[in-house]
Design a protein around this ligand. Structure first.
Ligand SMILES: Nc1ncnc2c1ncn2[C@@H]1O[C@H](COP(=O)(O)OP(=O)(O)O)[C@@H](O)[C@H]1O
Ligand SMILES: [Mg+2]
Length: 308
């Protein structure tokens, strides 16, 4: 049996009248990329900060790498890398100086070159922090978290506020870290992020777990209709498709529960008729669809996904 890096049972935390966590239980296996997903105010940061030892729980049990995070154990801190939702580093230090400063806090730091390579900041080693773009600053945050060569990393909304390119970049960095065998505890309100990165997902809303599983199993929990889309071809479709086809502007959409068969029939027809299926696309419901359904916030559309 694989050891668990994190175990949490019946975790509770209130801020005055606000019950931020109302009995949350889950575990994270060693080497896993685990995502805590939920809308704003769900209790993600509260959970992460309890596990990091920055906040105290009101009730329940928690263990991180075999330690109670409330104990403030130095040995635990040495094995944890932390990327806060907002970070403060000295803007007048260079990238290399910043990484070295943090490396100095740990007994067995990772080499500076390797840290910079992992986050793709080798070219920026002599740049001052003030000169970095937002995405580069965030990568420096990850570099800081890696300085001590931790076995476990906490990333609280690591790509919030990123443009799509920077986000892609950060995802590749995180994938790379997962490839090193690190346990990664990620929070996110971004579905595409979790779908791309996580081995396992726990969805929380208003301080309670509302769903958990692999991204695939969460998607499997609802009828998995696949949509096949292509541009309206120059010749009419066979009758067998016309029933289930919907015209959407220049495109035709087919919904199917058996995409292998549908694609076979469709492409066979196209080849035989010497026509092409321009712009052919096959899509499955995204985790975002599932998430909105589960958290019951479909009516508010994307609003819950925005940060205040
Ligand atoms: N320091 C605090 N004082 C009072 N209320 C807080 C504090 N931190 C968080 N909360 C409240 O607890 C709830 C959960 O917040 P948080 O853990 O930050 O959620 P998330 O990270 O999922 O957005 C929210 O209602 C938030 O307003
Ligand atoms: Mg948060």
């Amino acid at each position: 049996m694989a050891a668990n890096a994190v175990e949490v049972e019946d975790l509770r935390k209130s801020y005055g009248p606000v019950q931020a966590l109302r009995g949350v239980s889950f575990s994270v296996a060693e080497g896993e990329v685990f995502a805590l997903l939920g809308p704003n105010g769900a209790g993600k940061t509260t959970t992460v900060e309890i596990l990091e030892g920055f906040r105290h729980r009101d009730g329940g049990r928690a263990s991180v790498l075999g330690f109670d995070p409330a104990s403030g154990s130095r040995r635990l801190k040495e094995q944890m890398g932390i990327v806060l939702q907002t970070s403060g580093v000295d803007p007048y230090l260079t990238v290399a100086e910043t990484v070295d400063m943090f490396r100095g806090y740990y007994p067995k730091p990772r080499s500076r070159d390797e840290v910079l390579r992992l986050v793709g900041l080798e070219d920026k080693r002599d740049s001052r922090v003030t000169r970095l773009s937002g995405g580069q600053k965030r990568r420096l945050d990850v570099a800081i978290a890696l300085a001590g060569d931790p076995s476990m990393l906490f990333l609280d909304e690591p790509t919030s506020g990123f443009d799509p390119g920077a986000k892609r970049n950060a995802w590749e960095v995180i994938k790379g870290l997962a490839g090193l065998g690190k346990t990664i505890f990620l929070t996110s309100h971004s579905m595409d992020e979790v779908q791309y990165l996580a081995d396992r997902v726990v969805i929380i809303a208003a301080g309670k777990i509302v769903a958990e599983g692999t991204p695939e199993s969460l998607m499997g929990a609802r009828p998995a209709t696949t949509t096949v889309r292509f541009r309206v071809p120059p010749i009419p479709l066979p009758d067998s498709f016309r029933k289930s086809a919907r015209v959407d502007g220049e495109n035709i959409e087919l919904e199917t529960d058996d995409p292998t068969r549908t694609l076979f029939e469709l492409t066979s027809w196209a080849m035989q008729s010497a026509t092409s299926l321009d712009g052919l696309q096959v899509t499955r419901p995204s985790l975002e669809d599932v998430y909105l359904e589960i958290t019951g916030e479909v009516e508010t559309g994307g609003a819950v996904l925005e940060r205040p």
